[in-house]
Write a protein that binds this ligand. Structure first.
Ligand code: GTP
Ligand code: MG
Ligand code: ZN
Length: 326
């Protein structure tokens, strides 16, 4: 009989969906319904995210009769995370905690719609920081271009592409425009789709993988907001190779794991102008002789990028004060 010490039966897998105390793990083409080994829960209790979608784990399959509902297993080990997308979330008991949205990804696809709901520039800038601070390649997907082609030609999108080198793809899940390009970007990669509710994340996946049949929801006519149709982050294997994760609509994204003085590194477009700052430690805010502020004043750097930086900097400082308790 295979005891818990006998590891020859253990298999490597990837968490495709995480719930409270249970998760689904894909190993090859078998998906196991898993519970977590007790000691794992204890060790990571503080983060409240013992496993998340994308985690690489080792599971011990249970005998078939143990679970009538299908293949079952126990998660014995969670491998260290290569990277993760983390945001600041409210703690029920007050204060904040880190919420890991997904682990071990190759790219983060930031989904925006040109209308219904309209683009949210600040969310893009925040998600770019969340991705680049973790060495996750960002992609911007501008969806619903069938609704407002003029919004898609906003110079902001060119700035992301030309100055920051971010891959920007324009799509319509409705007409199919740009869908081949998106499928090509996703092929053989582990990707996460993030964006506000109603921008069309699930609709895009239904076009990319027609078999999925994910639920989608109408955008409310009155408010122009989505209805938070998707409620779980879940990874799906792509027919052409790779995995893609659908996720619930974001209401916002507060960066968590970046020190205020390191935020500069996530804004490479400010770096050239920063050579002219009087102080090497300049945060480009109140300091005298700031090269970044001067470049904005001369129109060489867009003011909206500097503002995005200052906005996130303020949040990170608030967070640091909270953590340090003053
Ligand atoms: N015109 C148009 N409508 C689209 C497009 N993509 C999605 N929609 C519509 O937008 C609405 C919301 O789409 P969903 O796919 O549910 O959006 P979501 O981002 O998954 O939303 P949540 O799951 O709530 O986060 C649906 O009514 C879709 O039919 C598009 O490219 N063009
Ligand atoms: Mg959805
Ligand atoms: Zn400066």
């Amino acid at each position: 009989m295979a005891g818990t010490r006998d590891t020859t039966e253990w298999r490597d897998g990837r968490v495709i969906r995480a719930g409270a105390g249970t998760c689904r793990v894909a190993t090859g083409d078998v998906v196991y319904l898993c519970r977590l080994r007790g000691r794992l829960k204890k060790g990571r209790q503080q983060t409240q995210t013992v496993v998340v979608a994308g985690d690489e784990v080792r599971v011990r399959p249970l005998p078939p009769e143990a679970e009538a509902a299908g293949p079952a297993a126990v998660v014995e080990e969670v491998r260290p995370r290569r990277n993760s997308i983390v945001r600041r979330a409210a703690r029920r008991t007050g204060g904040h905690r880190a919420q890991v949205l997904m682990a071990n990804l190759d790219q983060l696809v930031i989904v925006q719609s040109v209308a219904e709901p309209p683009p949210q520039g600040s969310l893009v800038d925040r998600l770019l920081v969340g991705a680049t601070s973790q060495d996750v390649a960002p992609v911007i997907c501008l969806n619903k271009i069938d609704l407002a082609p003029d919004v898609a030609s906003d110079p902001r999108w060119d700035y992301y592409a030309d100055t920051l080198g971010v891959t920007v793809v324009q799509t319509s899940a409705e007409t199919g425009a740009g869908m081949d390009a998106l499928a090509e970007i996703l092929r053989d990669q582990v990707s996460l789709l993030l964006g506000a509710s109603g921008v069309g994340k699930s609709s895009l996946l239904n076009v990319i993988e027609p078999g999925l049949g994910l639920r989608t929801g109408e955008v409310t006519g009155k408010t122009g907001l989505g209805r938070h149709t998707t409620t779980h982050t879940e990874l799906f294997p792509l027919t052409g190779g790779g995995f893609i994760a659908d996720s619930p609509g974001l209401r916002g994204f507060d960066v968590w794991e970046v020190a205020p003085e390191s935020l500069r590194e996530c804004f490479p477009d400010l770096a050239d102008a920063a050579w002219d700052c009087r102080f090497r430690s300049c945060l480009h805010r109140d300091e005298p002789d700031c090269g970044v502020k001067a470049a904005v004043a001369r129109g060489e750097l867009p003011a909206w990028r500097h503002e995005a930086y200052l906005d996130i900097l303020r949040d990170l400082e608030d967070r640091q004060r909270e953590v340090q308790g003053y």
